[in-house]
Structure formats: structure tokens, C-alpha cells
Design a protein. Structure first.
Ligand code: RP5
Length: 163
């Protein structure tokens, strides 16, 4: 959890999602982006989820990252209560390896968007990077950090050696 006012809200349906969603949190920390992280479930704590989403804008959040697994209603339900950008992360479920999560999140009917990322760890990391990109539209120093991140990533890939 960051100490300054959070710009990104990370929500998830269960603490079992945290090992995946923590990767989003760590990525935001790496960019120095203030965030908050919370368990709020669409079916176990629906009132809490609605209150969170409905109050997100007035509390100063700019992006919400929502991760859920199985019948993953959370990102779509959060999006139904806010006009902030909502990025959905399908958690890799035990039964169907996250295909259930992916299809539950990605097929939003036109009118209430959820930007859906890849299943699992990559999705969590990329959700954070997209959140940073969104914030960087009005933050030049963050934009510069994104350029640096890409340069470092390219340098690492270019230096890769094989046995
Ligand atoms: C969803 O159910 C959560 O997002 C989680 O991915 C899945 C399983 O939850 P637990 O049974 O591990 O609490 O609501």
C-alpha cells in the first residue's frame, strides 16, 4: 500500500488472487505510482464492491485494476458503477486454467468497457503498465519512466545469451 493518495485501485475477489495481483502492485511501486489494494468480491461482498466502485472517482482514483477468477464478475460489476478506466485481470483458475475467468471478463456487452488483459501473471503486470501509460498522458515524468523501462527491457533482451 502506498502512503500518498492512491491513483490506482487494485481490487480482487479473494486473497487467493493476491499472489497474481501482487505483481501489479509491485510494478506500480517500481514506477512510484501510489495505489491501494483490497479484497472486494462481486458475489461475497457485493455492497462493499458497489460502494468501492461508486466512490472511486470522488476519492481521486484514476484507474482501477480488478482481478478475479472462475465466474469472474468483479471487473464488469466494478465498471458498471464507475466511468474510470477498469482493467480486468483473469486469474488462472484451478478448474479451467483461467479460460473461465478470461471469457467472463472479456465479453462485456457494448456500453460498459473493461480492458481485459492476459490470464495470470502477465495480465497483472501489463494491467499495471497500462495504468501507468494512462497516468503518463498527463504526467511527463511518468512518461519518461516508461521510456526508460522499455529501454532497459530491450537492453536485457538484446544481451540474452543461450547455452
Ligand atoms: C473468485 O473466486 C476469486 O476472484 C478467486 O479467483 C476465486 C476463488 O476464490 P477462493 O475460493 O480462493 O476464495 O471470486
Amino acid at each position: 500500500m502506498s502512503e500518498s493518495s492512491p491513483l490506482v485501485g487494485i481490487v480482487m475477489g479473494s486473497n487467493s488472487d493476491w499472489p497474481t495481483m501482487k505483481l501489479a502492485a509491485e510494478m506500480l511501486e517500481g514506477f512510484g505510482v501510489a495505489y491501494e489494494a483490497k479484497v472486494t468480491s462481486a458475489h461475497r461482498t457485493p455492497e462493499l464492491m458497489f460502494d468501492y466502485a461508486a466512490s472511486a472517482e470522488e476519492r481521486g482514483l484514476q484507474v482501477i485494476i480488478a482481478g478475479a477468477g472462475g465466474a469472474a464478475h468483479l471487473p464488469g460489476m466494478v465498471a458498471s458503477k464507475t466511468v474510470l478506466p477498469v482493467l480486468g485481470v483473469p486469474i488462472k483458475s484451478k478448474a479451467l486454467s483461467g479460460m473461465d475467468s478470461l471469457l467472463s471478463i472479456v465479453q462485456m456487452p457494448g456500453g460498459v468497457p473493461v480492458g481485459t488483459l492476459a490470464i495470470g501473471d502477465s495480465g497483472a503486470k501489463n494491467a499495471a503498465l497500462l495504468a501507468v501509460s494512462i497516468l503518463a498522458n498527463s504526467d511527463a515524468s511518468l512518461r519518461a519512466k516508461l521510456h526508460d523501462f522499455r529501454k532497459e527491457q530491450s537492453a536485457k533482451a538484446a544481451a540474452m545469451e543461450l547455452d
